[in-house]
Design a binder for this molecule. Structure first.
Ligand code: GTP
Ligand code: MG
Length: 392
């Protein structure tokens, strides 16, 4: 299965059926009254949330959907049948934009969320409707209205509570393997992870949350270097980011510089995401001699000048990993307890801002890709030809 997190589709609602022009024919009545029925309404198109899906790949293969039209009205006052609505299933976390106007249409975030994206045309009226005391034989009818036609841009942002952020090779996938049942590939070269992985962290019976491991970023990612920043959008819906910094990179690079590279790319991509709560997590602490470990890490922290919470882990020796997950869970509990109406409004505002930033960025990237291709109209530009893993 391909992992596709963006798609453009065309949805066409059905036209309403026309009203009918008809008169009753009765055996001994020369001309009966009008009996033309109304047409039926055209079918509408809805998007519906389906938690079993985690990719928009189907919409890449089949980008066009048409709801049936309403039937025309008939004689004997028979109303035409309405066209059935059609429902297109999309993964939770799908944002919908009108491709032509660029405006935001809505979000699908819960199972069975239902979003009207193209309204079916209203039915036309049969001549019966125009009967009056002064006009007993109306020849007037109306036609059904056309259905809405929309080009929609779908953008999927996976739903996770925690996002892992960092350069390639810092140990993001190893951490998610250490704390969840997810089994993303781990290797000692950059860009091992090519698509996001989700892992469910369970702490006891009822405590669980979802962690997203995304491909590593490098300097220039916002301009497309490495795998680019397109995966950052999957951090948009997280409540907490863990910024992983390797304390002893094999390439001899400076952890402080490495930290800054990620901060800069993040800020260039989306200020809203950069403003999210973020903790600093030093990884691979087993690579430091034990007697120097704490002092070296304290010095790094000082040099980085990070204000928020700081942690150290070794996923290989499982040092600090469970404790980190406990802290994350405690933090979520505090957030949930503090949730007030004000927070909800402020959160919604932040979410809207991030949605717009992510959308604008992806539109800009598409434009650049298009300009580069010049004339090549194959729009197969957002595929990652690999699998997405979601393990419980
Ligand atoms: N010594 C030590 N090595 C680690 C630790 N965590 C990860 N590694 C090693 O670091 C290398 C990279 O680990 P990954 O988990 O693949 O790193 P990543 O951040 O997911 O990398 P990308 O997917 O390329 O972005 C692998 O060789 C791991 O075995 C750790 O705690 N200690
Ligand atoms: Mg990885």
């Amino acid at each position: 299965m391909k992992f596709v997190d963006e798609a453009t589709i065309r949805v066409e609602a059905g036209k309403g059926g026309n009203g009918c022009l008809s008169f009753r024919r009765e055996k001994f009545v020369e001309k009966g009254g009008p009996d033309g029925g109304d047409g039926g309404d055209g079918g509408s198109v809805y998007l519906v949330g389906d938690e079993a899906l985690n990719t928009l790949v189907d919409y890449r293969f089949q980008p066009r959907y048409r709801a049936p039209k309403g039937e025309h009205g008939k004689g004997s006052d028979r109303t035409g049948a309405s066209g059935a609505d059609i429902e297109l299933k999309v993964p939770l976390g799908t944002s919908v934009f009108d491709e032509d106007s660029g405006s935001y249409v809505g979000d699908i975030s819960k199972p069975m969320d239902r979003l009207l994206v193209a309204r079916g045309g209203k039915h036309g009226l049969g001549n019966t409707r125009f009967k009056s005391s002064t006009n007993r034989a109306p020849r007037q009818t109306t036609d059904g209205e056309p259905g809405e036609i929309k080009n929609l841009r779908l953008e999927l942002k996976l739903i996770a509570d925690v996002g892992l952020l960092g350069l390639p090779n810092v140990g993001k996938s190893t951490l998610i393997r250490a704390v969840s049942a997810a089994r993303p590939k781990v290797a000692d070269y950059p860009f091992t992870t090519l698509v996001p992985n989700l892992g469910v962290v369970r702490l006891g019976e009822s405590a669980s949350f979802v962690v997203a491991d995304i491909p590593g970023l490098i300097e220039g990612a916002a301009e497309g270097a490495g795998l680019g920043v397109q995966f950052l959008k999957h951090l948009a819906r997280t409540r907490l980011l863990l910024h992983l910094v390797d304390v002893a990179p094999v390439d001899g690079s400076d952890p402080v510089d490495n930290f800054r590279v990620i901060e800069a790319e993040l800020a260039r991509y989306s200020e809203g995401i950069a403003d999210k709560d973020r903790w600093l997590v030093f990884t691979k602490t087993d690579l430091l001699p034990i007697d120097q470990r704490d002092a070296r890490i304290a010095a790094l922290r000082e040099a980085i000048g990070f204000e928020g919470s700081g942690f150290q882990v070794s996923s290989v020796s499982n040092r600090g990993t469970t404790e980190l997950m406990r802290q994350v869970h405690r933090y979520f509990q505090e957030l949930d307890a503090a949730d007030s109406a004000d927070d909800v409004a402020a959160e919604a505002e932040k979410e809207a801002r991030i949605r717009e930033e992510v959308h604008a960025f992806s539109a800009w990237q598409r434009q650049k890709r298009r300009a580069r291709r010049q004339g090549d109209d194959d729009d197969d530009d957002d595929d990652y030809d690999v699998e997405v893993h979601y393990e419980q």
